[in-house]
Design a protein around this ligand. Structure first.
Ligand code: GLU
Length: 369
């Protein structure tokens, strides 16, 4: 009996840690796995509002994660190349934002099924930058520009200086430009009137004194040159305005100042096009540069630009031309990641059960509306 009891105790003692081990395994299998997901803020795909993260891609990922019963920890990147690097260097398990699938990226990383189709488009200012240029607006801007003030200053000097010379030469002449016997004031007014008329090549009268006449002839040439320069300047400004306003498609981009995002597919496109590309880190900075006239257009992902043109940019910016350089967005994984197949499965199921459509409608509006 004693032997039996001893044997039983021994068996129990051996079995106990085993059951503990088994139950630990059960718990860990039930505990949801936590994945590190790299992303980058880009409205309307990834939106950060008051510390909360939303947006089409974030909502879509949450729906996928719910299905796969996984937890998420988001890691942020400043641009797409650094996001891809986070995934490649295994600092993140996968990445989701508005990441275009390209041959170059596909060489080093794996992509999910297409998450959404996209392409590039052009955003211009809303003041007719893309449509027919507004000639009156251009004229008014030229007339009240800084350059116009400089011209006004030069014109004032070119009137005041000769007016005094002529006043001095003519003040004693009986029937000269300045009525005989008039003191400096109002005599100078006659001289100013003469100088202004001569500058505009419309002088009516001529000085009577010989020195005055020689001076007047010289001054008439100055007037002709001044008017010619001013006309040339104004014509050039108006022409440039018209050329700048005429962006209607990608064919109008070469030679223009175009804003876009560092390391994006648009940046690659603009480099090939040899336009004057200005790269920004945040799309909001590119919008600001467009409104401040630092750039003539912004080239970027069509859904991003359309969203801006319909929200914050309404009335200030507009999308012109059709979509070019079509591309698809995908979720990015390390090469050979076991997650890809599972995420693809969830993504397809979400498309089939209507969740995807509902999210698309929520962020991009109901199609055809
Ligand atoms: N879709 C573009 C790309 O993948 C731009 C995305 C972004 O800047 O976030 O290059």
């Amino acid at each position: 009996m004693l032997r039996f009891l001893l044997a039983l105790t021994a068996v129990l003692m051996l079995a106990l840690p085993m059951t503990a081990q088994v139950s630990a395994q059960v718990v860990s299998a039930q505990e949801p796995q936590k994945l590190k997901v790299a992303t980058r803020v880009l409205e309307p795909f990834v939106v950060e509002k008051k510390g909360e993260l939303t947006g089409f891609s974030i909502d879509l990922w949450r729906a996928i994660a719910d299905r796969l019963k996984i937890e998420t920890e988001f890691v942020f990147a400043k641009d797409v190349p650094s996001l891809l690097e986070l995934v490649k260097s295994q600092q993140a398990d996968l990445g989701i934002a508005a990441i275009s699938v390209t041959a170059e990226r596909d060489k080093v990383l794996d992509f999910s099924q297409p998450m959404m189709d996209s392409g590039l488009q052009i955003l211009v200012r809303g003041d007719g930058g893309g449509g027919p240029p507004n000639p009156l607006g251009g004229l008014l801007r030229s007339v009240f520009s800084k350059a116009a003030l400089v011209w006004l200053g030069i014109a004032a000097l070119l009137i005041i200086i000769p007016a005094h010379i002529v006043w001095w030469l003519e003040r004693k002449h009986p029937d000269g430009i300045v009525p005989a016997g008039e003191p400096y004031y109002p005599g100078i007014l006659h001289a100013l009137w003469w100088a202004a008329g001569t500058l505009a090549t419309q002088g009516e009268s001529m000085p009577r004194s010989w020195v005055g006449r020689i001076f007047a002839i010289l001054w008439m040439f100055v007037g002709v040159i001044f008017v010619a320069y001013y006309t040339a300047q104004l014509t050039a400004t108006l022409t440039v305005e018209q050329i700048q306003g005429a962006i209607n498609g990608p064919e109008d981009l070469p030679g223009k100042k175009v804003g876009t995002i560092k390391g994006s597919t648009s940046a690659t496109y603009l480099e090939e096009l040899r336009s004057q590309m200005k790269p920004y880190e945040k799309i909001t900075d590119a919008y600001g540069a467009l409104l401040n006239r630092e750039v003539d257009a912004v080239v970027f992902d069509s859904p991003v630009l359309l969203y801006y043109a319909n929200t914050d940019g309404k009335g200030r910016a507009q999308v012109v031309g059709s979509v070019f350089r079509k591309q698809d967005y995908g979720i990015v994984f390390q090469r050979g990641s076991e997650w890809r197949k599972r995420v693809d499965g969830a993504l397809l199921a979400i498309r089939e059960d209507g969740t995807y459509q509902a999210l698309h409608d929520k962020w991009f509006g109901v199609e055809g509306k």
